[in-house]
Design a protein around this ligand. Sequence first.
Ligand code: FMN
Length: 350
Amino acid sequence: MLSLSIHGKELSIPLIQGGMGVGVSLERLAGSVAREGGMGCISTADCGYREENFATDPEGANLKALTEEIEQARAISKGKGMIAINAMVATRQFEQAVRTAVKAGIDAVISGAGLPLDLPGLVPKGAALIAPIVSSGRAIRLICKTWWKKAQRLPDFVVLEGPKAGGHLGFKESELLQNTCRNVLDILSDVKKELQPFEEAAKRRIPVCVAGGIWDRADVTRAKEAGADGVQMATRFIATEECDASQGYKDVLLSASRKELKIIHSPVGMPGRAVVTPMLRRLETEGRIPPLRCSRCIKTCQVNEVAYCITHALIEAVKGNREEGLFFCGSNVDRLTEMSTVHEVVTDLF
Ligand SMILES: Cc1cc2nc3c(=O)[nH]c(=O)nc-3n(C[C@H](O)[C@H](O)[C@H](O)COP(=O)(O)O)c2cc1C
């Protein structure tokens, strides 16, 4: 597993840095991972939160910031590796963000938090690699069937995210709570089986990168032995100097133990994994933290009913506000014990 070949393009290491919103993976982390030969990934979710006009014009701020972040990540990467975006289907700006990133010359569009059934229509053939994030064989079959029927396109690669991942999770809350979800490497065999007829039809391989709980070289080897082409990792990159979150965010994760993690309900309509902090305790006792304003982020959000504003909670987290922030992380948070650099992490892995 020394390199990763994706539809004729080559990464010198088989590593994708998972997109982390809001603001946890922007230009600096993505560019630094690419510079090491991997695929760095900018999360488009409210990526303009640092812009002066974000409060009054979040959509405009996000699109302007996205173009600039892609340019800056490219400069940091020194032309090595690849730069991707992670765009969530559940966000209102999904289509606009993908089109903006393609215009800015993004190498790959990775999309999850919903089934990205319309992605081929947003990315002209050859303009950028396209990849869905899935958590089951059924989901990849549906995506491949739809893309093939609508556009005679198939994914250039696939990210398979298992139950140990951070952020939103594509599993039932009850299964996550009872610890009955299947292991990502077991699901991998289903996904590969579903992909096989499509690979035969297209006469090319569709590489699969596994995500969720991948930490060290032994995990990478296990993934390879199970048939994965590469890995996607996120939580381990949070405690790097280059990660775009504040030191406050990194410190919350560095001091958290697995026992302090909780499966939460997200306004996106999916469960998520986060550190228990004062905001989650307040939500437990008060039932609801009414939003103070709306940045129109999630398609299905009903601002008058929603339990809390996820944009506000994630932005407060990335700024390091322990009281009000929602701190997403993967189940391996125990292993995050000291700060490092992207170069050190990559050297340790490959
Ligand atoms: C803080 C945080 C934020 C995340 N945000 C997103 C996101 O915006 N979109 C997405 O598709 N996945 C998101 N993820 C999932 C990661 O991209 C990745 O697939 C997953 O966390 C991998 O597992 P690991 O953290 O155990 O390495 C997030 C994960 C974390 C830890």
